[in-house]
Design a protein around this ligand. Structure first.
Ligand code: ATP
Ligand code: MG
Length: 577
C-alpha cells in the first residue's frame, strides 16, 4: 500500500479519529471507492482513491473497490478492467471487489419491504408528468394520483414490473416521503425504473434497475462501510441516504441479506455515515467523464490514454509517477470548499518527484552541427558521467564524445541579443562534461542557412587539467553525432489554453478552448544510454525537461519519448520551448 507521503490532518480524518475513540462503528474504519464503469478514471477520482484507501490503510481498516454499475446503458467491461489497472498503478489494493449489481436481489427485497411498510408505491405517471408534480425550489410538489394505491396493489405491480410486463418508463417505484419537503430529494424520489437493457454483469435478468440514491446507501450498508465519503453535491441527498437505511434496517433484518449469504458475499451489515468533501477541480483541463468521452469519440485526442488527458492512464503514459499524484492530493488536502487548483501545482509535484528519481541523460531536439576543429575526425572518447548530480547511488554511465557533435540550435546565436550567454561567434561556452570551446567559424549552406559551427576546444580546460575550473558564463549540452540515436520525441503542452475550459459564458464550450499546440512531435538525437531505457523508464534530458519512454510505442532500436514536464514552469512566464 502506498504510504510515502506524510499524513496531514483534515476534517474527515478528525471525524474518523473521534469515531474510533468513541467506539462508533465498533471502532472500525471501512471505506470504499465506488466508480461507475462508464469511463476511465481521472485525476479527480485519484483524490477520492487516495482519501479512501489512505484512511483505511492508516487506521488498519479496509477499503473496497465497488463498481457502481446500476446504469447499464453507459457501462462497459473495458472500463471495469481499466479502473482496476489504474487503482493498482496508483499504488493501492482493495480488500474486496464488488459490483453494485451483486446486490440486485437485496435491492429488490428491500423495495418489497418498503412497499409492505407502506413507504413505497408504484406510480403510473410518466417522467414528464412526474416532473410537473414535483414542484420547484419555491413551490411544494403535489401528490401523484397513484400515491394512495394500497400496498397489495403496488406489490403486485412491482412484481409485474420485475417480470418484464410493462414498457420502459411506464411505471416507477417511488418512496413515499413528503411531496412538500423543502429538500426536493425527499419529494417521493424514484427507487426503481423499468429499463430493458442488457447489463454488463447480469445480462437480461433484470428489466428494472434501482436508482443511485437507493442503491448506493444499501450497497454501503451491506458491505459494512463505516464512512461513506462522497463529493459535496450529495450533501442534499444525505437525508434520503439516512431515510432508506433507517427504514430498511439491514443489520436487523437478516432476510434482506439472505441472497448474499447464498452467494458467499455476506459481510456484517452496518449503518454507514455519509460525509461530503469538495471535488478536486484543476485548471487547464476538464474532468467530467462525459466531456472526456466526447474528446475520445470525436478524435480530438488519441484515446483515453492520450498523454494530454487528465485520465490516470493518460498521466501514466505522459510519464507522471503515482507518487507525484499522491503527493499532489496530499498537498491539496481535503476540505468542504470548492476551488480550482492550479495545474502548475501538479506539474510542480512531478518535477519534485522526478528530480529525485530520474537519471540524467543528454538529448538534442533541434540539432545544429558543432565541429571541433582541433580534434581529428577519428577522435573517439568515452566520458564517465554521473547519472544523477545529487545521488551517487545511481552510478555513472559512459557517454561517447567525438569531433562532430549536435547542439541545440538555440544555444548558438550569430547576432546575440543582450544577456545571451551561450555560444556566439568568437565567444566561449562550456560543453557539458568536456571543457571550454571557442567558436571560430560559421559554415553556411548554399541557401545561406547555417550548416555548422566550428569551434576550438581549449585542452587546458579538460578534466584534470589546470584550467578545468576556468569559468565561462554558459554551459550547453551535446550529443556525439556519430553515436547519437535518432528518437521520436513528443513535446506536450496543456490540452486547453484557458484556466477554466468548463466556463461556458460567452457561448463558448470547452471545445473552443483546445490548445492547437498541445502536441509537437520532433526527431531528436539522444545519447546511446537514453536509447537503452525500457518503456516507461523516465529520465531528465538535461536542460530540456523530464521525459518518459513511451509505454506503447518505444522499442529497442526505435526510441520514442514523451515530455512529462519542462524543468521550469513555462506558463508562469512567457513560454520558452
Ligand atoms: P464524473 O462526473 O467525472 O463522471 P463521477 O463522480 O460521476 O464523476 P464516479 O465514477 O461516480 O464519477 O465517481 C467515483 C467516485 O469518485 C465517487 O465517489 C466520486 O465522488 C469520486 N470523484 C469523482 N470525481 C471526483 C473529483 N473531481 N474529486 C473528488 N472525487 C471525485
Ligand atoms: Mg457518477
Amino acid at each position: 500500500m502506498a504510504q510515502d507521503t506524510p499524513v496531514t490532518q483534515h476534517f474527515i480524518r478528525q471525524i474518523v479519529q473521534a469515531d474510533r475513540a468513541s467506539g462508533k462503528h465498533g471502532g472500525q474504519v471501512v471505506t470504499r471507492f465506488p466508480p461507475e464503469p462508464n469511463g476511465y478514471l481521472h485525476l479527480g477520482h485519484a483524490k477520492s482513491i487516495c482519501l479512501n484507501f489512505g484512511l483505511a490503510a492508516e487506521f488498519a481498516g479496509r477499503c473496497h473497490l465497488r463498481f457502481d454499475d446500476t446504469n447499464p446503458a453507459r457501462e462497459d467491461p473495458e472500463y471495469v478492467q481499466a479502473i482496476q489497472d489504474d487503482v493498482r498503478w496508483l499504488g493501492f489494493n482493495w480488500d474486496t471487489l464488488r459490483h453494485a449489481s451483486d446486490y440486485f436481489a437485496v435491492f429488490y427485497l428491500g423495495a418489497e419491504k418498503l412497499i409492505r411498510l407502506g413507504l413505497a408505491y408504484v406510480d403510473d405517471l410518466d417522467a414528464e408528468q412526474m416532473r410537473a408534480y414535483r414542484g420547484t425550489l419555491t413551490e411544494p410538489g403535489r401528490n401523484s394520483p397513484f400515491r394512495e394505491r394500497g400496498s397489495e396493489e403496488s406489490l403486485d405491480l412491482f412484481r409485474r414490473m420485475r417480470a418484464g410486463e410493462f414498457a420502459d418508463g411506464s411505471r416507477t417505484l417511488r418512496a413515499k416521503i413528503d411531496m412538500s419537503a423543502g429538500n426536493i430529494n425527499l419529494r417521493d424520489p424514484a427507487i426503481y425504473r423499468i429499463r430493458k437493457v442488457t447489463h454488463q454483469n447480469t445480462g437480461d435478468v433484470w428489466p428494472i434497475y434501482p436508482m443511485y440514491d437507493y442503491a448506493h446507501c444499501v450497497s454501503d450498508a451491506v458491505e459494512g462501510i463505516t464512512h461513506s465519503l462522497c463529493t459535496l453535491e450529495f450533501e442534499d441527498h444525505r437525508p434520503l441516504y439516512d431515510w432508506f437505511l433507517r427504514q430498511l434496517d439491514l443489520p436487523g433484518d437478516p432476510a434482506l441479506t439472505a441472497p448474499l449469504r447464498e452467494k458467499g458475499l455476506w459481510l456484517p451489515p452496518g449503518t454507514p455515515q455519509q460525509i461530503e468533501f469538495a471535488r478536486g477541480n484543476i485548471s487547464y483541463t476538464v474532468m467530467s467523464k462525459r466531456k472526456l468521452l466526447a474528446l475520445v469519440q470525436d478524435k480530438l485526442v488519441d484515446g483515453w490514454d492520450d498523454p494530454r488527458m487528465p485520465t490516470l492512464s493518460g498521466l501514466r503514459r505522459r510519464g507522471y509517477t503515482p507518487a507525484a499524484i499522491r503527493m499532489f492530493w496530499e498537498r491539496i488536502g481535503i476540505s468542504k470548499q470548492n476551488s480550482l487548483i492550479d495545474l502548475g501545482v501538479l506539474e510542480g509535484c512531478a518535477r519534485e518527484d522526478l528530480d529525485v528519481r530520474a537519471p540524467r541523460r543528454m538529448a538534442v531536439l533541434d540539432p545544429l552541427k558543432l565541429v571541433i576543429g582541433n580534434l581529428p575526425d577519428s577522435h573517439a572518447e568515452r566520458l564517465a558521467f554521473a547519472n544523477h548530480p545529487k545521488d551517487a547511488a545511481q552510478g555513472t554511465r559512459s557517454v561517447p564524445f567525438a569531433r562532430d557533435l549536435w547542439i541545440e540550435r538555440d544555444d548558438f546565436m550569430e547576432a546575440p541579443v543582450k544577456g545571451f550567454h551561450r555560444l556566439v561567434p568568437g565567444g566561449e561556452v562550456r560543453l557539458r562534461g568536456v571543457g571550454i570551446v571557442r567558436c571560430v567559424d560559421v559554415v553556411r549552406r548554399g541557401d545561406g542557412a547555417i550548416a555548422e559551427v566550428r569551434c576550438m576546444l581549449d585542452p587546458e580546460t579538460r578534466h584534470g587539467m589546470a584550467g578545468a575550473e576556468r569559468k565561462v558564463k554558459g554551459t550547453i549540452h551535446w550529443v556525439s553525432a556519430r553515436d547519437a540515436v535518432t528518437a521520436e520525441v513528443r513535446l506536450y503542452d496543456r490540452l486547453f489554453n484557458v484556466p477554466d475550459p468548463d466556463d461556458e459564458t460567452g457561448g463558448l464550450t470547452y471545445r473552443d478552448h483546445l490548445n492547437p499546440h498541445s502536441r509537437r512531435v520532433v526527431t531528436g538525437y539522444i545519447e546511446p544510454a537514453a536509447a537503452g531505457l525500457a518503456a516507461e523508464d523516465r529520465c531528465q534530458f538535461e536542460r530540456l525537461g523530464y521525459f518518459v519512454a513511451d509505454r506503447h510505442d518505444h522499442a529497442h532500436g526505435r526510441p520514442v519519448f514523451n515530455r512529462v514536464v519542462t524543468l521550469r514552469d513555462s506558463w508562469a512566464k512567457p513560454a520558452a520551448s
